[in-house]
Ligand binder design. Structure first.
Ligand code: ATP
Ligand code: MG
Length: 412
């Protein structure tokens, strides 16, 4: 079964709609691409419904044109400071001799029963680990004997109003949201290797308006964080510091930017002609690097604080995997590694077939990650579908369809 999957990455600077299909087991063929500048989005959150809808509509239309397919539903990325997460434990007694998916669904339900305010919506319930009769470290509980099942979860919630705004804007393009996926979780699908995931690593996606992080330990998501700072702040600092319009500051950042001041020559100048002026001005490249370094260093300092606050900072021997558009800044890896005191690697999508020209860039990790997520979800669903057949009567009343619906929200 080779199904078509669609992802819409709603970013602060660009909207990227991708249509894809798996080929030969694991290779991802990109059938359609629609990349358009964003509008009406600040720090990952919609602030202007019309502008955001229009940008999404354009992006979806382009992807439809290039793929020749009509897009009716899609996975959609989610970020912003309104996202938060908590860890919660669910416990149930096992109803039969062995754990089946009913038991797991009930355990997850009980984990989910933590107080979630009415103005928040559950986006993901990540299963971090299981224990049966007090025995920790169970990898896959289904089919195991026991009396008591416990599941450790990481529950990610978002502000309902913000979620609904996003759903509405995507709806304007005639697309139903199949599922929201938190930015760093989508990116991780593309940039993290299995061994990093297993050993313990943090994914950090620095985009235009947000810095999104996810901590993986023992192969699972243990913690997620969304910070409302990104590359746009660097650009704003340059505009402010060098008294240039934002568009020009952005251009300079992309062409001349460098993350470590001390590595730039003090006598290194380049010329810029401010818009509407005849005379070019000379800009010192070290001064530019100084402005950039200060802000990027701050972003990593805040990231480190957040990692420490999670309590998992000692569990990350594989260090940080850095991605997102801003990770293309020259020397950012060394700066990150200095501030964080851990190994840092920069990663981007790889192993794609088809319309891939622009996608081999760290800015598209989330976009491609959505497709990878969709594929994993399909596999999960298949597995769930097969496991469901043998349930008998007289069992606790659980709406399996409902359960299945939110089982879909769980992690791959
Ligand atoms: N070579 C580069 N040097 C420095 N910054 C860069 C470079 N290339 C891209 N960027 C920055 O990357 C940012 C855009 O990244 P990305 O496309 O990942 O953001 P986004 O997904 O639209 O936003 P977000 O995920 O924060 O909502 C911009 O701030 C841009 O200036
Ligand atoms: Mg992004």
């Amino acid at each position: 079964m080779e199904e078509i999957v669609v992802g819409i990455d709603v970013g602060t600077t660009k909207i990227c709609t991708l249509v894809g299909r798996v080929e030969d087991g694991n290779a991802l063929r990109i059938l359609g691409v629609g990349i358009e500048p964003s509008g009406g989005i600040r720090k990952g959150v919609i602030v202007d419904l019309d502008a955001a809808s229009q940008a999404i509509v354009r992006s979806v239309e382009r992807a439809e044109q290039s793929s020749g397919l009509e897009i009716t539903s899609a996975l959609v990325s989610m970020a912003g400071a309104h996202v938060s997460s908590i860890n919660s434990r669910g416990v149930v007694s096992i109803s039969g001799e062995v754990v089946d998916e009913y038991d797991l669904a009930r355990a997850l339900d009980s984990a989910r029963a933590v107080a979630i305010p009415h103005n928040r919506e559950v986006i993901h319930v990540v299963q971090r680990g299981y224990s049966i009769d007090g025995q920790d470290g169970v990898r896959s509980p289904i089919g195991m004997h026991g009396y008591r099942l416990e599941v450790e979860t990481h529950i990610i919630t978002a502000a309902t109003a913000t979620v609904e705004n996003l759903r509405q804007c995507v709806g304007a393009a005639g697309v139903e949201v199949q599922q929201f996926v938190l930015n760093p979780l989508a990116s991780a699908e593309v940039v993290l290797t299995d061994s990093e995931r297993q050993m313990g690593a943090v994914v950090c996606d620095i985009g235009g308006g947000t810095t999104d992080m996810a901590i993986y330990v023992d192969g699972k998501v243990w913690h997620t964080m969304v910070l409302a700072v990104g590359g746009n702040h660097v650009t704003a600092d340059i505009a402010h510091g060098l008294r240039l319009p934002v568009a020009q500051a952005e251009e300079i950042k992309l062409q001349q930017g460098y993350a470590i001041r001390a590595e730039v020559g003090a006598e290194d100048y380049f010329a810029v002609r401010p818009f509407g002026e005849d005379k070019a001005v000379q800009i010192n490249r070290q001064e530019l690097a100084h402005i950039i370094e200060a802000r990027v260093e701050e972003i990593f300092e805040i990231s480190l604080q957040e990692i420490k606050r999670s309590g998992y900072d000692g569990l990350l021997p594989a260090g940080m995997v850095l991605t997102g558009g801003s990770s293309a800044l020259p020397a950012i890896r060394d700066l990150a590694s200095d501030v964080l005191g851990m190994p840092v690697r920069i990663a981007q999508p790889e192993d794609l077939i088809g319309m891939t020209d622009q996608l081999y860039s760290p800015a598209y990790s989330t976009s491609v990650g959505l497709l990878r997520w969709a594929l994993k979800m399909q596999k999960n669903e298949l597995a769930l579908g097969q496991g469901r057949r043998s349930r008998s009567k007289g069992k606790p009343m659980i709406d399996l369809n409902g359960a299945k619906d939110w089982l879909k929200r769980l992690l791959p």
